[in-house]
Write a protein that binds this ligand. Structure first.
Ligand SMILES: [Zn+2]
Length: 447
């Protein structure tokens, strides 16, 4: 028998199940529910059974159908499986709690990927108590058998904890991408919330740490890294906000910034979407948390370049909702981070070398994060950074911000460049390339 989750029935949490099936109305409800019986007493029911049934009905009102919720949550997981395997992103989102707008936006984009890539296999099951004790942190594991039954076969305590309209359970997700040789596996503790139409998936159960305008969400074992984020981000925010000319009273500067930190690459990747397999250290997209891959010994200083880069994305998205070219997004994020990490001089040197070796591709080829641009993955950050620095030096930060804002609000690269900087982008590009000194003539200091 499972653990009782209602305070009124706290005695049920220990002792042999058969005994409490006789003495605990809550369990009577469970047994009846599982067998599809009706709770109302039958006319020939013995008197003590009738009393128990009445008590059951009373406790149902007081406690809610707590134990009966486990099969409902298992049904939710099966519904999620069906939606994912059908590539039905709308059906999936109907099963997701939308209370937290940041989480729901992340889930919206997670589901969006199902329009393009549907896994060939996908399973989502509750890990039983014996497995839950092994390791609660997400990990890569073998392709384990898991029954997903509503009956706990382990005889241990029920890993599903059910509260007042909320629940949590350790779950395991196993999925195989098209053309992949092996399945991927991830484990975490999931939260659920009872909505009007039934239980909904409400994301991961996180530990929380707050500092000035920052909310860090993290797994057990990453307390040190969470503290490092909480310490590093407030001053980084101020620096980046100044670079984008957002005042201290602006909506951006006064908003709580969520940061989710991940201890494994696969955990971070799978939070973005199922088919995301590229190596990554940080992530931010409009309306989503900043996501970071961290180690247990991560320090505040070591995090600042990455945080400044990701918060540079947050600030860019604050300028408007239109999508601007990939190299600009990464270039201005790198410019935001240069005070903390890679020096301008070092990047200048790299760009001079690329020019000398014919590796400065047309910006047009780095406009979208697609297969064409992937071959320039090593260039897009540095080349974008250099061009953004060139624009800053030549036109000033106010015009740089105005040029970004124009594009974020829908202007094309050509129009924004002509209207804000006063020349065509083709001319700007040519003049930028001409401004890069030849490698052998380059000074030690930046240009
Ligand atoms: Zn970036």
């Amino acid at each position: 028998m499972g653990r009782a989750t209602c305070a009124v029935c706290a005695a049920c949490s220990s002792g042999p199940g058969y005994l409490f099936a006789m003495t605990c109305a809550q369990h009577l409800i469970v047994e009846n529910t599982r067998q599809g019986s009706v709770l109302s007493p039958r006319p020939n029911l013995p008197a003590h059974r009738a009393v128990l049934a009445s008590l059951a009905a009373l406790l149902l009102v007081v406690c809610g159908p707590a134990r009966a919720s486990r099969p409902e949550i298992e049904q939710l997981l099966r519904d999620i499986q069906v939606a994912v395997l059908a590539g039905d992103h709308e059906a999936y989102l109907r099963l997701v709690d939308n209370t937290d707008p940041v989480f729901f936006q992340e889930q919206r984009m997670w589901a969006e990927d199902l329009k393009k890539i549907v896994p060939t296999d996908f399973r989502l099951v509750i890990r039983e108590a014996s497995g839950a004790a092994e390791n609660d942190s997400p990990e890569e594991a073998g392709d384990k058998e898991s029954g997903g039954s509503s009956e706990s076969a382990t005889g241990g305590h029920d890993p599903v904890k059910i509260g007042d309209g909320t629940a949590e359970a350790p779950i395991e997700m196993v999925w195989t991408l098209p053309k992949a040789e092996k399945p991927r596996t991830l484990r975490w503790t999931a939260k659920f919330r009872r909505g009007d139409q039934g239980w909904l998936y409400a994301g991961e159960k996180w530990n929380k740490l707050e500092s000035e305008g920052v909310l860090v969400l993290f797994d057990d074992g990453l307390e040190g890294a969470a503290k490092a984020v909480a310490e590093a981000l407030p001053p980084v925010r101020k620096h980046v906000e100044q670079g984008f000319e957002f005042g201290p009273d602006s909506p951006l500067a006064t908003r709580v910034q969520q940061v989710k930190i991940y201890g494994s690459m696969q955990h971070l990747q799978a939070s973005i979407y199922l088919s995301y397999t590229d190596g990554i250290a940080g992530w931010n997209e409009p309306g989503e948390a900043i996501k970071l891959l961290v180690g247990r010994r991560t320090t505040a200083d070591s995090l600042k370049p990455l945080l400044a880069h990701e918060y540079g994305h947050v600030a860019t998205f604050e300028l408007g909702t239109a999508r601007m070219p990939w190299w600009i997004l990464e270039g201005v994020a790198e410019l935001s981070a240069e005070a903390y990490g890679k020096s301008r001089e070092q990047n200048d040197k790299t760009v001079r070398h690329w020019k000398a070796t014919g590796k400065l591709p047309p910006f047009e080829e780095m406009a979208e994060f697609d297969d064409r641009a992937k071959k320039w993955y090593g260039q897009v950050y540095g080349q974008g950074h250099h061009m953004l620095g060139y624009i800053s030096d030549r036109f000033g930060s106010a015009k740089r911000v105005a040029w970004l804002r124009a594009q974020a609000q829908g202007a094309s690269l050509d129009d924004a460049t002509m209207n804000v900087l006063g020349l065509s982008f083709a001319d700007l590009d040519k003049q930028w390339r001409d401004s890069i000194p030849d490698e052998e003539k380059a000074p030690q200091q930046g240009t």
